[in-house]
Design a protein around this ligand. Structure first.
Ligand code: PMP
Length: 406
Protein backbone atom coordinates (compact mmCIF):
# COMPACT_ATOMS: atom_id res chain seq x y z
CA UNK A 1 0.00 0.00 0.00
CA UNK A 2 1.36 3.41 -1.01
CA UNK A 3 1.02 5.60 2.09
CA UNK A 4 0.26 8.98 0.50
CA UNK A 5 -0.88 10.43 3.83
CA UNK A 6 2.58 9.74 5.27
CA UNK A 7 4.20 11.21 2.15
CA UNK A 8 2.09 14.36 2.54
CA UNK A 9 3.55 14.89 6.03
CA UNK A 10 6.97 15.33 4.40
CA UNK A 11 5.79 18.49 2.59
CA UNK A 12 5.62 21.54 4.89
CA UNK A 13 3.57 23.61 2.45
CA UNK A 14 0.80 20.99 2.49
CA UNK A 15 0.64 21.00 6.28
CA UNK A 16 0.12 24.68 6.98
CA UNK A 17 -2.54 25.46 9.57
CA UNK A 18 -5.85 26.92 8.45
CA UNK A 19 -9.18 25.85 7.07
CA UNK A 20 -9.94 24.56 4.54
CA UNK A 21 -6.70 22.56 4.36
CA UNK A 22 -4.83 22.76 1.08
CA UNK A 23 -5.46 20.11 -1.57
CA UNK A 24 -2.80 20.69 -4.19
CA UNK A 25 -3.81 19.32 -7.60
CA UNK A 26 -1.51 21.33 -9.86
CA UNK A 27 1.66 19.27 -9.73
CA UNK A 28 1.58 19.03 -13.53
CA UNK A 29 2.54 22.71 -13.53
CA UNK A 30 5.04 22.44 -10.67
CA UNK A 31 5.28 20.11 -7.71
CA UNK A 32 5.68 20.98 -4.05
CA UNK A 33 8.97 20.25 -2.28
CA UNK A 34 9.58 17.82 0.58
CA UNK A 35 11.58 18.79 3.66
CA UNK A 36 14.55 16.68 2.47
CA UNK A 37 14.88 18.83 -0.67
CA UNK A 38 14.55 22.06 1.32
CA UNK A 39 17.15 20.72 3.77
CA UNK A 40 19.50 19.80 0.91
CA UNK A 41 19.36 23.41 -0.31
CA UNK A 42 19.93 24.83 3.16
CA UNK A 43 22.79 22.40 3.76
CA UNK A 44 24.43 23.20 0.42
CA UNK A 45 24.26 26.95 0.96
CA UNK A 46 25.33 26.56 4.60
CA UNK A 47 28.32 24.31 3.99
CA UNK A 48 29.44 24.06 0.37
CA UNK A 49 28.35 27.04 -1.75
CA UNK A 50 30.85 28.10 -4.37
CA UNK A 51 31.10 28.32 -8.12
CA UNK A 52 31.99 25.05 -9.81
CA UNK A 53 34.84 23.81 -12.00
CA UNK A 54 37.19 26.70 -11.27
CA UNK A 55 38.29 26.84 -7.63
CA UNK A 56 40.92 24.83 -5.75
CA UNK A 57 39.83 25.75 -2.22
CA UNK A 58 37.83 23.38 -0.04
CA UNK A 59 34.41 24.92 -0.66
CA UNK A 60 34.94 24.79 -4.41
CA UNK A 61 35.96 21.16 -4.19
CA UNK A 62 32.83 20.41 -2.14
CA UNK A 63 30.61 22.23 -4.66
CA UNK A 64 32.25 20.35 -7.55
CA UNK A 65 31.70 17.04 -5.79
CA UNK A 66 28.04 17.84 -5.12
CA UNK A 67 27.42 19.04 -8.68
CA UNK A 68 29.25 16.28 -10.54
CA UNK A 69 28.02 13.69 -8.06
CA UNK A 70 24.45 14.61 -8.96
CA UNK A 71 25.30 14.22 -12.64
CA UNK A 72 26.41 10.64 -11.90
CA UNK A 73 23.22 10.10 -9.93
CA UNK A 74 21.05 11.37 -12.80
CA UNK A 75 22.89 9.12 -15.26
CA UNK A 76 22.27 6.09 -13.05
CA UNK A 77 18.62 7.05 -12.51
CA UNK A 78 17.96 7.36 -16.26
CA UNK A 79 20.27 4.42 -17.07
CA UNK A 80 22.32 6.67 -19.35
CA UNK A 81 25.50 4.92 -20.53
CA UNK A 82 27.64 7.83 -19.31
CA UNK A 83 27.24 10.95 -17.17
CA UNK A 84 28.88 12.84 -20.06
CA UNK A 85 25.52 12.46 -21.77
CA UNK A 86 23.71 14.32 -18.96
CA UNK A 87 23.56 18.08 -19.47
CA UNK A 88 22.09 20.35 -16.83
CA UNK A 89 19.71 22.97 -18.20
CA UNK A 90 17.14 25.31 -16.67
CA UNK A 91 14.39 22.85 -17.55
CA UNK A 92 12.61 21.01 -20.34
CA UNK A 93 12.10 24.17 -22.37
CA UNK A 94 15.78 25.01 -22.45
CA UNK A 95 16.73 21.37 -23.13
CA UNK A 96 14.45 21.13 -26.17
CA UNK A 97 15.53 24.55 -27.45
CA UNK A 98 19.13 23.34 -27.18
CA UNK A 99 18.40 20.33 -29.39
CA UNK A 100 16.19 22.16 -31.88
CA UNK A 101 18.68 25.00 -32.25
CA UNK A 102 21.93 23.09 -32.23
CA UNK A 103 21.02 19.78 -33.87
CA UNK A 104 18.26 21.33 -35.97
CA UNK A 105 20.32 24.15 -37.45
CA UNK A 106 23.22 21.79 -38.17
CA UNK A 107 21.16 18.99 -39.71
CA UNK A 108 17.94 20.25 -41.29
CA UNK A 109 17.89 21.16 -44.97
CA UNK A 110 15.21 22.75 -47.15
CA UNK A 111 12.51 20.17 -47.91
CA UNK A 112 13.30 17.95 -44.89
CA UNK A 113 10.41 16.85 -42.69
CA UNK A 114 10.09 17.48 -38.94
CA UNK A 115 7.34 15.49 -37.21
CA UNK A 116 5.68 16.63 -33.99
CA UNK A 117 2.22 15.86 -32.59
CA UNK A 118 -0.97 17.78 -31.81
CA UNK A 119 -0.72 16.94 -28.11
CA UNK A 120 2.57 18.74 -27.49
CA UNK A 121 3.21 21.36 -24.88
CA UNK A 122 4.33 24.48 -26.75
CA UNK A 123 7.89 23.87 -25.57
CA UNK A 124 8.12 20.66 -27.63
CA UNK A 125 6.27 22.20 -30.59
CA UNK A 126 7.34 25.80 -31.13
CA UNK A 127 11.15 25.30 -31.06
CA UNK A 128 10.84 22.62 -33.77
CA UNK A 129 8.33 24.66 -35.77
CA UNK A 130 10.67 27.66 -35.64
CA UNK A 131 13.80 25.80 -36.72
CA UNK A 132 11.84 24.04 -39.48
CA UNK A 133 10.67 27.41 -40.76
CA UNK A 134 14.18 28.84 -40.55
CA UNK A 135 15.68 25.94 -42.49
CA UNK A 136 12.87 25.65 -45.04
CA UNK A 137 11.88 22.23 -43.68
CA UNK A 138 8.29 20.95 -43.53
CA UNK A 139 6.64 20.67 -40.13
CA UNK A 140 3.82 18.14 -39.60
CA UNK A 141 2.01 16.97 -36.48
CA UNK A 142 0.52 13.55 -35.73
CA UNK A 143 -3.25 13.79 -35.27
CA UNK A 144 -5.15 12.38 -32.30
CA UNK A 145 -7.82 9.71 -31.99
CA UNK A 146 -11.19 10.43 -30.39
CA UNK A 147 -9.92 8.98 -27.10
CA UNK A 148 -6.96 11.36 -27.03
CA UNK A 149 -4.22 9.03 -28.17
CA UNK A 150 -1.79 9.55 -31.04
CA UNK A 151 -3.24 8.33 -34.32
CA UNK A 152 -0.68 5.64 -35.12
CA UNK A 153 -1.94 5.29 -38.70
CA UNK A 154 -1.22 8.96 -39.31
CA UNK A 155 2.18 8.51 -37.67
CA UNK A 156 2.96 5.69 -40.14
CA UNK A 157 1.91 7.96 -43.04
CA UNK A 158 4.31 10.64 -41.84
CA UNK A 159 7.13 8.15 -41.27
CA UNK A 160 6.68 6.95 -44.84
CA UNK A 161 7.79 10.46 -45.87
CA UNK A 162 11.15 9.87 -44.12
CA UNK A 163 11.31 12.64 -41.51
CA UNK A 164 14.70 13.68 -40.14
CA UNK A 165 13.39 14.08 -36.59
CA UNK A 166 10.37 13.06 -34.55
CA UNK A 167 9.79 15.25 -31.48
CA UNK A 168 7.02 14.26 -29.11
CA UNK A 169 5.93 13.99 -25.52
CA UNK A 170 6.01 10.87 -23.38
CA UNK A 171 2.92 11.93 -21.42
CA UNK A 172 0.35 14.58 -22.36
CA UNK A 173 0.19 17.40 -19.81
CA UNK A 174 -3.51 17.85 -20.62
CA UNK A 175 -4.92 14.38 -21.32
CA UNK A 176 -2.67 12.12 -19.25
CA UNK A 177 -2.09 9.93 -22.32
CA UNK A 178 1.06 7.80 -22.11
CA UNK A 179 2.52 7.42 -25.59
CA UNK A 180 4.15 4.17 -26.76
CA UNK A 181 7.62 5.70 -26.86
CA UNK A 182 9.63 2.54 -27.37
CA UNK A 183 7.60 1.40 -30.38
CA UNK A 184 7.40 4.88 -31.92
CA UNK A 185 11.14 5.35 -31.47
CA UNK A 186 12.00 2.04 -33.11
CA UNK A 187 9.73 2.94 -36.04
CA UNK A 188 11.33 6.40 -36.36
CA UNK A 189 14.81 4.88 -36.32
CA UNK A 190 13.78 2.38 -39.00
CA UNK A 191 13.23 5.29 -41.42
CA UNK A 192 16.37 7.12 -40.31
CA UNK A 193 14.83 9.77 -38.02
CA UNK A 194 16.16 10.75 -34.62
CA UNK A 195 13.79 11.07 -31.65
CA UNK A 196 13.61 13.95 -29.17
CA UNK A 197 11.40 13.01 -26.22
CA UNK A 198 9.72 15.48 -23.88
CA UNK A 199 9.75 13.67 -20.53
CA UNK A 200 8.53 16.65 -18.46
CA UNK A 201 5.36 14.79 -17.46
CA UNK A 202 6.79 11.26 -17.35
CA UNK A 203 10.13 11.41 -15.55
CA UNK A 204 8.51 12.61 -12.28
CA UNK A 205 6.01 9.76 -12.29
CA UNK A 206 7.43 6.55 -13.76
CA UNK A 207 10.70 4.68 -14.21
CA UNK A 208 12.66 5.92 -17.23
CA UNK A 209 15.37 3.91 -18.97
CA UNK A 210 16.87 5.84 -21.88
CA UNK A 211 18.67 2.77 -23.23
CA UNK A 212 15.50 0.72 -23.23
CA UNK A 213 13.45 3.52 -24.84
CA UNK A 214 16.41 4.15 -27.18
CA UNK A 215 15.46 7.81 -27.63
CA UNK A 216 18.21 10.07 -28.96
CA UNK A 217 17.37 13.01 -26.71
CA UNK A 218 15.25 13.30 -23.57
CA UNK A 219 14.30 16.49 -21.73
CA UNK A 220 12.94 16.90 -18.21
CA UNK A 221 12.32 19.56 -15.55
CA UNK A 222 13.37 19.25 -11.91
CA UNK A 223 10.61 21.48 -10.56
CA UNK A 224 7.90 19.01 -11.64
CA UNK A 225 9.60 16.23 -9.64
CA UNK A 226 10.01 17.75 -6.17
CA UNK A 227 13.24 19.60 -7.02
CA UNK A 228 13.73 23.38 -7.04
CA UNK A 229 12.78 25.53 -10.00
CA UNK A 230 15.73 26.39 -12.23
CA UNK A 231 17.17 22.99 -13.06
CA UNK A 232 16.42 20.42 -15.71
CA UNK A 233 18.19 17.76 -17.68
CA UNK A 234 18.94 17.02 -21.28
CA UNK A 235 20.06 13.47 -21.96
CA UNK A 236 21.53 12.92 -25.42
CA UNK A 237 23.37 10.12 -27.14
CA UNK A 238 27.09 10.80 -27.09
CA UNK A 239 27.70 10.59 -30.86
CA UNK A 240 24.94 13.12 -31.59
CA UNK A 241 26.01 15.52 -28.83
CA UNK A 242 29.64 15.34 -29.90
CA UNK A 243 28.74 16.21 -33.48
CA UNK A 244 26.55 19.17 -32.48
CA UNK A 245 27.75 22.77 -32.24
CA UNK A 246 27.43 24.52 -28.85
CA UNK A 247 24.07 26.09 -28.05
CA UNK A 248 25.36 28.95 -25.93
CA UNK A 249 28.94 30.12 -25.65
CA UNK A 250 31.01 31.77 -22.96
CA UNK A 251 32.64 30.59 -19.77
CA UNK A 252 33.14 26.92 -18.89
CA UNK A 253 32.38 25.57 -22.35
CA UNK A 254 35.72 26.27 -24.04
CA UNK A 255 38.98 24.37 -24.47
CA UNK A 256 41.05 27.23 -25.89
CA UNK A 257 40.21 30.79 -26.89
CA UNK A 258 42.45 32.86 -29.12
CA UNK A 259 41.82 35.83 -31.35
CA UNK A 260 41.72 33.51 -34.33
CA UNK A 261 39.57 30.71 -33.02
CA UNK A 262 37.83 29.08 -30.08
CA UNK A 263 37.74 25.34 -29.50
CA UNK A 264 35.23 23.72 -27.20
CA UNK A 265 35.33 21.59 -24.07
CA UNK A 266 34.36 17.93 -24.02
CA UNK A 267 30.90 16.74 -23.06
CA UNK A 268 28.99 17.66 -21.03
CA UNK A 269 30.69 21.04 -20.54
CA UNK A 270 30.39 22.05 -24.19
CA UNK A 271 26.66 22.55 -23.53
CA UNK A 272 26.90 24.17 -20.10
CA UNK A 273 28.04 27.73 -20.76
CA UNK A 274 28.13 30.02 -17.74
CA UNK A 275 27.48 29.42 -14.06
CA UNK A 276 24.99 26.63 -13.49
CA UNK A 277 22.35 26.57 -10.76
CA UNK A 278 24.47 24.38 -8.47
CA UNK A 279 22.23 24.47 -5.41
CA UNK A 280 19.22 23.51 -7.49
CA UNK A 281 21.16 20.61 -9.01
CA UNK A 282 21.93 19.43 -5.48
CA UNK A 283 18.22 19.72 -4.69
CA UNK A 284 17.45 17.62 -7.77
CA UNK A 285 19.70 14.91 -6.42
CA UNK A 286 17.81 14.91 -3.11
CA UNK A 287 14.48 14.77 -4.98
CA UNK A 288 15.58 11.79 -7.08
CA UNK A 289 16.70 9.93 -3.94
CA UNK A 290 13.38 10.66 -2.25
CA UNK A 291 11.35 9.47 -5.26
CA UNK A 292 13.48 6.34 -5.61
CA UNK A 293 12.80 5.68 -1.93
CA UNK A 294 9.07 5.73 -2.69
CA UNK A 295 9.58 3.58 -5.79
CA UNK A 296 8.61 4.71 -9.29
CA UNK A 297 6.43 1.66 -9.97
CA UNK A 298 4.42 2.33 -6.81
CA UNK A 299 4.19 6.05 -7.63
CA UNK A 300 2.79 5.28 -11.09
CA UNK A 301 0.27 2.82 -9.66
CA UNK A 302 -0.84 5.24 -6.96
CA UNK A 303 -1.39 8.06 -9.45
CA UNK A 304 -3.26 5.79 -11.82
CA UNK A 305 -5.56 4.80 -8.93
CA UNK A 306 -6.23 8.45 -8.10
CA UNK A 307 -6.89 9.27 -11.76
CA UNK A 308 -9.24 6.29 -12.03
CA UNK A 309 -11.18 7.44 -8.95
CA UNK A 310 -11.36 11.03 -10.23
CA UNK A 311 -12.44 10.00 -13.73
CA UNK A 312 -15.09 7.64 -12.33
CA UNK A 313 -16.53 10.22 -9.93
CA UNK A 314 -16.41 13.13 -12.40
CA UNK A 315 -18.02 11.07 -15.16
CA UNK A 316 -20.81 10.22 -12.73
CA UNK A 317 -21.69 13.92 -12.41
CA UNK A 318 -24.24 15.08 -15.00
CA UNK A 319 -22.85 17.85 -17.19
CA UNK A 320 -19.18 16.98 -16.65
CA UNK A 321 -16.99 15.84 -19.57
CA UNK A 322 -13.61 14.24 -18.91
CA UNK A 323 -11.07 14.38 -21.74
CA UNK A 324 -8.43 11.82 -22.62
CA UNK A 325 -8.06 8.08 -22.19
CA UNK A 326 -10.15 6.22 -19.63
CA UNK A 327 -8.62 4.52 -16.62
CA UNK A 328 -8.89 1.10 -18.27
CA UNK A 329 -5.57 1.80 -20.02
CA UNK A 330 -2.25 2.86 -18.50
CA UNK A 331 -2.50 6.64 -18.15
CA UNK A 332 -0.95 9.31 -16.03
CA UNK A 333 -2.52 11.23 -13.14
CA UNK A 334 -3.55 14.23 -15.22
CA UNK A 335 -7.32 14.69 -15.56
CA UNK A 336 -8.76 17.49 -17.70
CA UNK A 337 -12.47 18.15 -17.69
CA UNK A 338 -15.24 20.58 -18.59
CA UNK A 339 -18.31 21.53 -16.58
CA UNK A 340 -21.32 22.52 -18.69
CA UNK A 341 -22.22 26.17 -18.24
CA UNK A 342 -19.20 27.02 -16.05
CA UNK A 343 -16.04 28.53 -17.52
CA UNK A 344 -12.89 26.58 -16.55
CA UNK A 345 -11.51 29.66 -14.78
CA UNK A 346 -14.70 29.89 -12.69
CA UNK A 347 -14.44 26.18 -11.86
CA UNK A 348 -10.86 26.75 -10.71
CA UNK A 349 -11.79 29.85 -8.69
CA UNK A 350 -14.69 28.08 -6.97
CA UNK A 351 -12.49 25.07 -6.21
CA UNK A 352 -9.95 27.45 -4.71
CA UNK A 353 -12.65 28.73 -2.32
CA UNK A 354 -12.77 25.14 -1.03
CA UNK A 355 -9.00 24.93 -0.71
CA UNK A 356 -8.51 22.87 -3.87
CA UNK A 357 -5.79 24.18 -6.22
CA UNK A 358 -6.30 23.16 -9.86
CA UNK A 359 -5.24 24.70 -13.15
CA UNK A 360 -7.50 26.22 -15.78
CA UNK A 361 -6.42 27.43 -19.19
CA UNK A 362 -4.94 26.18 -22.43
CA UNK A 363 -2.05 24.48 -20.58
CA UNK A 364 0.44 25.73 -23.19
CA UNK A 365 -1.13 23.30 -25.65
CA UNK A 366 -3.17 25.43 -28.05
CA UNK A 367 -3.02 22.95 -30.97
CA UNK A 368 -4.53 20.35 -28.63
CA UNK A 369 -7.23 22.74 -27.40
CA UNK A 370 -8.17 23.29 -31.05
CA UNK A 371 -8.43 19.53 -31.54
CA UNK A 372 -10.68 19.26 -28.48
CA UNK A 373 -12.78 22.16 -29.75
CA UNK A 374 -12.33 24.21 -26.57
CA UNK A 375 -10.30 27.23 -25.55
CA UNK A 376 -9.49 25.94 -22.08
CA UNK A 377 -10.02 23.04 -19.69
CA UNK A 378 -9.88 22.61 -15.95
CA UNK A 379 -7.06 20.24 -15.02
CA UNK A 380 -6.38 18.27 -11.85
CA UNK A 381 -2.94 16.66 -11.72
CA UNK A 382 -1.96 14.22 -9.01
CA UNK A 383 1.33 13.39 -7.38
CA UNK A 384 2.85 11.39 -4.56
CA UNK A 385 1.28 13.47 -1.78
CA UNK A 386 -2.29 13.26 -3.04
CA UNK A 387 -4.75 10.97 -1.29
CA UNK A 388 -8.12 9.56 -2.19
CA UNK A 389 -9.59 12.23 0.15
CA UNK A 390 -8.15 14.84 -2.22
CA UNK A 391 -10.17 13.28 -5.05
CA UNK A 392 -13.30 13.54 -2.92
CA UNK A 393 -12.54 17.20 -2.18
CA UNK A 394 -12.10 17.82 -5.93
CA UNK A 395 -15.43 16.24 -6.79
CA UNK A 396 -17.23 18.06 -3.94
CA UNK A 397 -15.73 21.31 -5.25
CA UNK A 398 -16.99 20.63 -8.78
CA UNK A 399 -20.46 19.98 -7.41
CA UNK A 400 -20.20 23.27 -5.48
CA UNK A 401 -19.34 25.05 -8.78
CA UNK A 402 -22.33 23.43 -10.45
CA UNK A 403 -24.62 24.59 -7.64
CA UNK A 404 -23.29 28.17 -7.83
CA UNK A 405 -23.99 28.29 -11.57
CA UNK A 406 -27.27 26.33 -11.42
N1 PMP B 1 6.54 19.73 -21.70
C1 PMP B 1 5.47 19.36 -20.99
C2 PMP B 1 4.71 18.14 -21.38
C3 PMP B 1 5.10 20.12 -19.89
O1 PMP B 1 4.03 19.77 -19.18
C4 PMP B 1 5.86 21.25 -19.54
C5 PMP B 1 5.49 22.12 -18.34
N2 PMP B 1 4.15 22.41 -18.19
C6 PMP B 1 6.96 21.58 -20.30
C7 PMP B 1 7.27 20.79 -21.38
C8 PMP B 1 7.80 22.79 -20.03
O2 PMP B 1 8.52 22.61 -18.86
P1 PMP B 1 9.36 23.83 -18.24
O3 PMP B 1 8.43 24.99 -18.16
O4 PMP B 1 9.75 23.29 -16.90
O5 PMP B 1 10.52 24.05 -19.13
Amino acid sequence: MFDAAAVKRDFPILNQPGEPSLVFLDSGASSQKPQVVIDALVNYYSTANSNVHRGVYKLAVAADAAFDGTREQVAMWLNAPSSDEVIFTRGTTEAINLVASSWGRANLQPGDLVVSTLMEHHSSFVPWQMVAEEKGARFEAVRLTASGELDQDHYQELLAQHPKVVAFTHVSNVLGTINPVKEMTAQAHAVGAIVCLDAAQSAPHMAIDVQDLDVDFLALSGHKMLAPMGVGVLYGKRALLEAMPPYQSGGSMIRKVTLEKTTFANLPHKFEAGTPSVGDVVGLGAAISYLQGLGFADIARHEHDLAAAAIGQLNALPGVTVYGPGADVPRAGVVSFAVDGVHPHDVAALLDEKGVAVRAGHHCAQPLMRELGVTATTRASFYVYNTIDDVDRLVEGVRHAQRVFA
